[in-house]
Design a protein around this ligand. Structure first.
Ligand SMILES: [Zn+2]
Length: 380
């Protein structure tokens, strides 16, 4: 596949968010080259001057099994996210499964089953990285090691289970890290029944890869406490769609003042009580770019490449050798912006044309969920 006449290329790389290039060559599901005036055989897509960005990554979802969520009893929600430009999503714990087991054997069995099921099941091509056990009292170092050895990559949000004291948070996080699990800790007031408030003491004790929903999921810490959390930790800070918008802006501004926008990652924390938001990552990008005054390319990087880096994934950036997960976006018809960048800065949602995953067109030539894009790619 050759994509030509790209008007604007967002890289997903926070250090270099816009590339000086107009074409992408795809071979074998991966990006073979990025440049100007590239030539190639195979399908040639004329982008008609619209923008491309890496497939968005939702850093925070709560899947169950299949393309169904018991939280809102909704079918097809993962496919709907692909229609919103999300090509990869990471489980923060399969906590909505009715009757979720809480004993160590049950926790492990569920995590391994979820990891296996979503490895083999890709709705509309989505890469769902699931199997995120929830830390419960009674689990030991050997339990986490067994998960890691079985192929589980993630630990669900610490604090959704029975772990609540800083000492036990630190102990379980250390066991999970030793098992090779990439982990997140819930931050803020309790969410689902049985979960706990995770504040400064717990979050700092965990030293998790991701401080989940710094702006609350859905109830936020105070601005003062979350400022202290960001100063005392060194890893990724997550803003979610299903959180508090006021503290989201506070977190953004704090990271900007620290010069650490590379720490910013985005998720939806859906499905949730507030619903399923197929455009949640895109809406958060638009919110941060408009109300937050964040450069559109940096906002997109927070929803793609930054997550890839903190999660150890190869997707999330447009670069040679990476998976060809590419989303075509443009100003929506009728909007005040002339291109995707201006539309985001003005708070509009860009229209999605094509969604390509591993070099295969999965949505085209218009998303069913976004407003229509002004310029839509065509097969040349
Ligand atoms: Zn949470």
């Amino acid at each position: 596949m050759l994509i030509k006449n790209i008007g604007l290329m967002f890289s997903g790389d926070v250090a270099n968010p816009v590339l000086d290039a107009d074409s992408i060559l795809v071979e074998g599901g991966r990006i073979a080259a990025i440049g100007r005036g590239l030539q190639g055989a195979g399908a040639v897509w004329d982008a008609k001057g619209c923008a491309v960005m890496p497939g968005l990554i939702d850093n925070h979802v709560h899947p169950a099994f299949g393309d169904w969520t018991p939280r809102q009893n909704q079918l097809g929600w993962i496919e709907a996210f692909v229609q919103g430009g999300v090509t990869t999503m990471l489980s923060a714990g399969e906590v909505h499964i009715p009757g979720r087991p809480k004993d160590p054997v049950g926790v492990k069995a569920l995590a391994i089953a979820a990891q296996r099921c979503f490895s083999a099941f890709r709705p509309l091509g989505a890469k769902v990285i699931a199997g995120a056990p929830v830390a419960e009292r009674g689990m030991t170092a050997a339990d986490y090691a067994e998960c890691g050895a079985a192929g589980v990559q993630l630990l669900g949000e610490i604090g959704l289970g029975s772990i609540r004291e800083p000492e036990e948070v630190a102990q379980h996080a250390a066991w999970a890290r030793a098992a090779g699990l990439n982990m997140m800790i819930h931050c803020g007031g309790p969410s689902i029944a049985g979960s706990n408030r995770m504040g400064f003491d717990q979050v700092v004790a965990a030293d998790a890869d991701i401080v989940a929903h710094i702006n609350g999921g859905p109830t936020s810490l105070s601005a003062e406490e979350l400022t202290r959390v960001m100063a005392a930790t060194t890893r990724a800070i997550e803003i979610v769609h299903n959180g508090n918008p006021r503290t989201a802006l506070h977190a953004l501004n704090t990271l900007r003042e620290m010069g650490r926008l590379d720490r910013l990652v985005l998720g939806t924390d859906s499905p949730a009580g507030s619903g399923v938001q197929p455009l949640g990552v895109l809406r958060t990008v638009s919110f941060l770019a408009s109300v937050g005054g964040l450069d559109a390319g940096l906002a997109i990087a927070a929803g793609s490449g930054n997550i890839g880096k903190w999660r150890g994934l190869e997707q999330g950036v447009l670069a040679a050798g990476r998976p060809a997960d590419i989303v075509f976006i443009d100003a929506p018809i009728g909007g005040a912006g002339r291109d995707a960048s201006e539309s985001l800065a003005l708070g509009d949602l860009p229209g999605i044309g094509l969604v390509v995953i591993d070099g295969e067109v999965r949505v085209g030539a218009r998303s069913r969920n976004t407003p229509p894009a002004a310029r839509v790619p065509e097969l040349a």
